[in-house]
Design a protein around this ligand. Structure first.
Ligand SMILES: [Zn+2]
Length: 102
């Protein structure tokens, strides 16, 4: 049976084992701060780019472009895992798979 380990690089010995990816991704989400999972809509709700300086607006547009898609929670578990691991908080997390029978 394939199992998945969640590893936190900054904490030696931090390793959690899961039987399925749904549980792993649920746990992984707990280590990702809320600003890392801001969606494109969240940015547009919070900031009004109309009275920003040009530099700030460029940065804002970049943030919106690279923000999570609005419907990311409906993505497959694999895609959600990739999104979360790609965030600033997620880059210290790692997932590895192994076969328990080996
Ligand atoms: Zn974060």
């Amino acid at each position: 049976m394939i199992k998945a380990n969640l590893i936190k690089g900054s904490v030696p010995g931090f390793i959690k084992t899961f039987d399925n990816l749904d549980e792993l991704v649920g746990e992984l989400e707990r280590y990702i701060c809320s600003s890392c999972v801001m969606t494109q809509q969240d940015y547009l709700d919070i900031y009004d780019p109309s009275n920003m300086s040009e530099d700030a607006r460029e940065e804002f547009e970049y943030d919106v472009e690279t923000a999570f898609p609005n419907d990311w929670k409906e993505y497959s578990v694999w895609s959600r895992m990739q999104l979360l691991l790609g965030t600033d908080c997620g880059c210290e997390m790692d997932v590895e798979f192994y076969d328990e029978d080996d």
